[in-house]
Design a binder for this molecule. Structure first.
Ligand code: SAH
Ligand code: SF4
Ligand code: F3S
Length: 490
């Protein structure tokens, strides 16, 4: 990045977000808070006077990229030391002082449990105190209660202007995680699992719906393990769905990420009985081999997972299930990897996010297990599994040919954005109830609507369609084969 010679425009914020939906939501909240302090958001880091990186620690690669991007800002920072650079999110919580060691010109390091302090910390930095550290207690540094309290959920009142699509919103129902899968850093960066109170959640959902949110996605690391105990009464995810369903204006409810063991019959029946609950479930399996699942400490067997899949097919026939897999986990043999391939073939996931194992210092995996699978093997298994999954995604998408599906229109497609399409007529994108991506030659006015779209062609990641309407809405794109839209994931 090159530096600009002109002074920064007052109070411009540039924020870069990587990681999961939790981070996307956190960034939304921080931006809303800073807007109240007079900041506006810029897409150009060079014209900003504050830059925030919202970081992810789930794999080493994401961290290294964040450090490299930060180091590139040295000239920008030195050109005007009044500028503020902050690192927030999971890497801030995990690395703490180490962030300052590696990037000495960083002004603030703020863990995900301390985000409410960002406006104050930026002010402190501007006043000259350029070493602002705000992190939560680590999992061994206090009583259970103290640790919980140091991981505060950051969900102030919502600012609809901050969402890329005002008709879609994330709503946090749970923070942290207590599952301690041996490969995973999240229980360390996000702290103990804590549900938010049903009253707060419903209140927030009502606000979101009144602001125009048609689709709400409930967020939690193991969202279907949600529980809130109040005296005698325990509220679970199914109860929450019942409470949210009547909210006027709300048309689609989704929830991610699910933990296989907690995908109960009761929850599935609730999803079946409530029409606003979408027939889409993201339930990461991680591996199709019992020995590996045990080493990962996932708490279920392959048979348990298959039982869950049968339960889903029985109660929600036609529902789409997606998964995450880690390939090349410690000691994974070729045969054990093949068991994962077999699982993907048997379960026919809508899509799978496939990751190569990355050792995370601070996890049990890093402490006790040897990362003994060569990088080339991990890479090859990743490609092999992806190929199997893509073939399934393509076959199952092709089954939609000729059908008409209700699509929530999200806006111009990535292809349209990249091609620099302007004006009303653009290639548009949206999702089916089961979360499949559809693109068509459409009109910007369709954004935020739920429209009937007839499927005319299909690829592994994207289906092509045509809006079923009497109105002439089509923009004729000059290229006939659209972009295969990549799925968003950390
Ligand atoms: N809470 C979610 C997942 C959070 S992390 C769940 O339990 O499903 C998102 C995904 O990243 C995980 O599902 C896993 O597939 C992957 N992941 C986590 N730690 C990893 C590691 N150390 N190396 C590679 N992939 C990892
Ligand atoms: Fe990580 Fe496992 Fe918790 Fe998911 S359930 S966040 S993979 S520890
Ligand atoms: Fe999410 Fe990455 Fe943190 S996946 S919870 S941002 S480590």
């Amino acid at each position: 990045m090159t530096d600009s010679t002109s002074p920064p425009i007052a109070k411009q914020l540039y924020i870069e977000t990587v990681g999961c939906q939790m981070n996307v939501l956190d960034s939304e909240m921080v931006v809303a808070a800073l807007r109240k302090q007079g900041y506006s958001v810029t897409k150009d880091p060079m014209s900003a006077d504050a830059i925030l990186f919202n970081t992810c620690s789930v794999r080493e690669h994401a961290e290294e990229k964040a450090y490299n991007n930060l180091l590139r800002l040295k000239q920008w920072k030195l050109a005007n030391p009044d500028r503020v650079i902050g690192v927030m999110g999971c890497m801030a919580q995990k690395d703490q002082e180490k962030v300052f060691d590696r990037v000495p010109f960083v002004d603030l390091v703020v863990g995900p449990g301390q985000l409410h302090r960002i406006p104050e910390l930026i002010e402190n930095a501007k006043q000259g105190d350029r070493h602002q550290l705000a992190v939560s207690l680590s999992r061994r540094d206090g009583s259970a209660d103290e640790i919980k309290r140091s991981h505060e959920t950051y969900d102030p009142l919502r600012d609809p202007e901050m969402r890329p699509t005002p008709f879609q919103a994330y709503l946090r129902i749970q923070i942290g995680c207590d599952k301690f899968c041996t490969y995973c850093i999240v229980p360390m960066t996000r702290g103990p699992e804590q549900g938010r109170s049903p009253e707060r959640i419903v209140e927030e959902a009502k606000i979101l719906a009144a602001q125009g949110a048609k689709e709400i996605t409930l967020l939690g690391q193991t969202v279907n393990s949600y529980r809130w105990v109040d005296g005698e009464k325990t509220t679970r995810l199914a109860d929450l769905l019942e409470m949210l369903h009547p909210i006027e204006g709300l048309e689609r409810i989704k929830f991610v990420t699910n933990y296989p063991k907690d995908m109960t019959r009761g929850l599935l029946e609730t999803v079946r009985d409530l029409p606003k609950c979408m027939p889409y479930l993201h339930v990461p399996a991680q591996s199709g081999c019992d020995a590996i699942l045990k080493r990962m400490k996932r708490g279920y067997s392959v048979a348990d997972y298959y039982e869950m899949m049968d339960r889903i097919s029985e109660i929600l026939p036609g529902a789409a299930v997606s998964s995450d897999f880690i390939v090349g986990f410690c000691g994974e043999t070729e045969e054990q990897f093949q068991e994962t391939v077999d699982m993907v073939k048997r379960c026919r996931f809508k899509n799978s996010f496939i990751f190569q194992y990355s050792v995370r210092p601070g996890t049990k995996g890093a402490e006790l297990l040897e990362d003994d699978i060569p990088e080339e093997t991990k890479h090859r298994r990743n490609l092999d599994l992806l190929e199997v999954q893509n073939q399934i995604s393509l076959e199952d998408n092709l089954k939609f040919l000729g059908t008409t599906v209700p699509i929530l229109v999200e806006g111009p497609s990535k292809w349209s954005v990249r091609k620099g399409q302007t004006g009303e007529l653009r290639q548009m994108t949206g999702r089916t109830p089961c979360d499949r991506i559809v693109v068509w030659d459409g009109n910007m006015r369709q954004t935020g609507e739920i429209l009937p779209v007839r499927i005319t062609d299909a690829y592994a990641f994207t289906m092509l369609g045509k809006v079923e309407t009497n109105e002439v809405v089509g923009a004729h794109s000059t290229e006939s084969v659209p972009e295969l839209v990549p799925l968003l994931r950390p």
